[in-house]
Design a protein around this ligand. Structure first.
Ligand SMILES: [Zn+2]
Length: 313
C-alpha cells in the first residue's frame, strides 16, 4: 500500500525541524532577521537601523526602574460595562481576552519606584491591552497616581503608548481627559517635575490630555504621535500632509516637544532632569542603624549617574 503511505505523507507532512519559535525576530523597519536575545540586550532597539520596537508595560518598567523597587498601586481595579456595549463582541469579553493576553487587569500600570537613587511616581501604558486605550479605570489610575505624587511630593513620570479614548465606555472615557488634566493642575502647584514620555504610538485622548501637559515632554525616535490619524486630517483639510508628519522628529522640529531621546539614554536623561529640578535622592538606612533603631542617622544611596548624551543624538 505504498500509494496510501504517500497520500498520508502529503496530507500529514512531518513537522519541520526548524528554528524554535521566538529565537529570531524580524525588524518591521528594515526587515532584517535579528537574534531575539541580542535584540533584548539592545533594549529592543534594532541594532541595524535603530528601530524602536514597542514595549509592554512590564518591559518598560524593567528598563527604567531599579530592580525590586516597584510598588504597584490599584492593581486590581477593573473595568465594568456601563453602556452594555456590544459590536462584533461584547465589551466584557474583549476586556477578559486582553487580560488573558497581557496578564494585566487594565491598560496602565501605576505605582512608586526608584529611578537611580530617586523615588518617583510612575505610570506605564501597555499598548497590547486594547491598544492602551483610556477608559474609566485607566483615567482613575492615572488620577490616583498624580494625587499620590502630589501628596508625597514625588516627581512624576508617565510613559504613554495609547490609541486614545476607549469607545466602549463612550463619554465616560472622554471625561478622563478633563479629570486627569484637573489632577495635574493641582500637581503643578508643587513645583515638582512631571515628565511625559511619548512612545509609539501616542494618539487620541491621551495625547490630547495629560501626555502633552507635562513640564518636560520626551519622545522616542520614530514614534507616531498625534491626535487624529493622517488620513482623517487629509480628508478634513483637503491638503497633502508633509512627509514624516506626526513622527516624533517632525513634532520636535515644530516645537511640540522638548527632546527626542534614544531608548538607551532615557534613564540617564530622567536622572539629569531630577538633578536639574533639585529633587532629593531617596535615603536609605544602613542595616546596623536599622537594628539600633537610629532613624535620624541615614546615609545617601551612592550616586548612580553616569555621563550620557542627553539629546540622544
Ligand atoms: Zn531594523
Amino acid at each position: 500500500m505504498a500509494w496510501k503511505r504517500s497520500v498520508e505523507y502529503i496530507l500529514k507532512p512531518k513537522k519541520r525541524k526548524g528554528i524554535p519559535e521566538g529565537l529570531w525576530s524580524k525588524c518591521p523597519a528594515c526587515s532584517r532577521i535579528l537574534y531575539t536575545e541580542q535584540l533584548l540586550k539592545n533594549l529592543k532597539v534594532c541594532p541595524k537601523c535603530d528601530y524602536h520596537f514597542r514595549l509592554s508595560a512590564k518591559e518598560r518598567l524593567a528598563q527604567l526602574l531599579e530592580e525590586d523597587t516597584f510598588e504597584e498601586m490599584d492593581a486590581n481595579l477593573e473595568s465594568v460595562d456601563p453602556l452594555k456595549f456590544e459590536d462584533s463582541q461584547k465589551y466584557p469579553q474583549r476586556v477578559r481576552e486582553a487580560q488573558e493576553k497581557t496578564g494585566l487587569k487594565e491598560a496602565v500600570v501605576t505605582g512608586e519606584g526608584k529611578i537611580g537613587e530617586y523615588k518617583a511616581a510612575v505610570g506605564f501604558f501597555d499598548f497590547p491591552f486594547l491598544g492602551g486605550s483610556m477608559a474609566s479605570v485607566v483615567g482613575e489610575k492615572i488620577c490616583r497616581l498624580i494625587e499620590k505624587a502630589t501628596e508625597k511630593e514625588l516627581p512624576l513620570v508617565i510613559v504613554s503608548a495609547s490609541g486614545g479614548a476607549r469607545m466602549q465606555e463612550g463619554i465616560l472615557s472622554l471625561m478622563q481627559m478633563a479629570k486627569t488634566s484637573a489632577a495635574l493642575s493641582f500637581y503643578s502647584k508643587k513645583a515638582l517635575p512631571y515628565i511625559s514620555i511619548l512612545t509609539d504610538p501616542t494618539t487620541g485622548g491621551v495625547s490630547a490630555s495629560f501626555a502633552f501637559l507635562a513640564d518636560i515632554i520626551i519622545a522616542e525616535p520614530g514614534a507616531l504621535i498625534g491626535f487624529a490619524g493622517p488620513r482623517v486630517i487629509e480628508q478634513t483639510v483637503r491638503q497633502k500632509l508633509p512627509e514624516k508628519f506626526q513622527k516624533a522628529e517632525f513634532l520636535l522640529e515644530h516645537g511640540m516637544m522638548d527632546m527626542v531621546i534614544h531608548r538607551k539614554n532615557l534613564k540617564i536623561t530622567l536622572l539629569k532632569i531630577f538633578k536639574l529640578f533639585k529633587i532629593k535622592p531617596a535615603v536609605s538606612v544602613t542595616k546596623d542603624e536599622a537594628e539600633r533603631g537610629n532613624s535620624s542617622s541615614v546615609i545617601m544611596d551612592k550616586t548612580t549617574s553616569k555621563s550620557g548624551n542627553a539629546n540622544g543624538k
